[in-house]
Design a protein around this ligand. Structure first.
Ligand code: NAI
Ligand code: MG
Length: 352
């Protein structure tokens, strides 16, 4: 049956990279017999300038009916910082209860990584970042603002339900992978939130005797992710720690241009949203320099989520086939235009 995908290309290089992801998905749809219907929504800087709104209620209700959302990036120098990012990306994550932020950290063959000697088989993990609470709920305030005795507090909110559903998703995911889950926190110092996370983790782990577990402090994680990424299969962590270690993960796997993500609502009560980790990159927009790999790999996560693992692998294999032909992985040195990259991936999928 037809699956409806809402396409939100956004600003800057967003439309350039999502066009390649759509091309790759359409090639995979022909090759693997999927029926995908795209509906494009022109949200972003221009829309905000013309209408004064980031995402009107009726558009949000339309998006809510889609089977998935493929998102590019928003943000423009002419718009006050945060208006679009918060108003669109953060808003939809919350409105659609996309409580898992999934970020694979996978080194693909032929990709230059800053870690000398690291081989692809040593770097294949998935980080699940809690996407709806923690330090990002905006709790806290000024006990005293201004003057020499200022005091600001910023609280982290952790609910049993919020923590447990994220951890449970990690164990579900690990079942189909190498069956190992790592909890990353700072439980020795952040003792209240750490206690809730550790107890919940241990309880869920007890229900999964076939899955091995361990615990790593977030500072140590920054070391191990670089020196021993092979230690990790599925990593579960809170919003703030996840934000930080996933950027480190992006660096390890070869940079922003390659990093993919999914904002998942595993209950499917609302659509999940898939987007490259990078932003709208106004500095290179319009030049054909953007690497579309992150967007195409995000579309692969989307096809997997929609129940098409073969087609998802088709997209990943297509990217793998073309990547070794590139010079530097992003920017003017990429050695292949954004569109040529998309065409080559689509051709590789069709010929597979
Ligand atoms: P950015 O990720 O857009 O760019 C950082 C640097 O990486 C730039 O030099 C850019 O040219 C380069 N780059 C990024 N993606 C690339 C790709 N696919 N290929 C080649 N080079 C690439 O981050 P920046 O510059 O901090 O933010 C630009 C705008 O994007 C801002 O308005 C920011 O708020 C917004 N943003 C939006 C996000 C979203 O929509 N989810 C996420 C991050 C930033
Ligand atoms: Mg970030």
């Amino acid at each position: 049956s037809t699956q409806r995908i809402a396409l939100v290309p956004g600003d800057g290089i967003g439309p350039e990279v999502t066009a390649q992801a759509v091309k790759a998905c359409d090639a995979a749809a022909r090759r693997f017999g999927l029926d995908l219907a795209w509906e494009e929504y022109e949200l972003g800087a221009d829309y905000w300038r013309i209408t004064g709104q980031v995402v009107p209620k009726d558009v949000e209700q339309e998006l809510a009916k889609a089977d998935a959302i493929l998102f590019g990036a928003v943000g423009d120098p002419s718009v006050p910082p945060g208006v679009l990012e918060r108003g669109l990306v953060i808003h939809l994550r919350t409105a659609f209860d996309q409580y898992v932020n999934l970020r694979p950290v996978k080194l693909l063959p032929g990709v230059p990584t800053p870690i000398e000697g690291l081989r692809p088989e040593q770097c294949d993990l998935v980080i699940l970042r809690e996407n709806t609470e923690g330090a990002y709920v905006g709790a806290g305030g000024f006990i005293h603002r201004g003057g020499p005795d200022e005091i600001a507090t910023q609280e982290s909110v952790n609910t049993r339900k919020g923590v447990e559903r994220l951890i449970r998703h990690g164990f579900r995911l690990a079942t189909g992978r190498r069956k190992h889950v790592t909890l990353v926190h700072k439980a020795n110092i952040l003792t209240y939130a750490g206690d809730l996370w550790q107890r919940t983790f241990e309880e869920v782990a007890a229900e999964h005797p076939d899955i091995t577990v361990d615990y790593v402090h977030v500072d140590a994680m920054c070391l191990y992710l670089v020196t021993q990424p092979e230690r990790f299969d599925v990593v579960v962590t809170d919003n703030l720690f996840g934000d930080i270690i996933t950027d480190l993960g992006a660096a390890v796997q070869g940079g922003l241009g390659l990093a993919a993500s999914g904002n998942l609502n595993p209950t499917c009560s609302a659509p999940s949203m898939f987007e490259p980790v990078h932003g709208s990159a106004p500095d290179i927009a319009g030049r054909g320099w953007a690497n579309p790999a992150g967007s195409i790999l995000s579309a692969a996560l989307m096809l997997e989520h929609l129940g098409h693992p073969e087609a998802a692998r088709g997209l990943e294999d297509g990217v793998k086939a073309v990547l070794p032909r590139l010079g530097a992985m992003r920017g003017p040195e990429m050695g292949m235009s954004t569109e040529d990259f998309g065409d080559a991936v689509a051709a590789a999928i069709s010929e597979s």
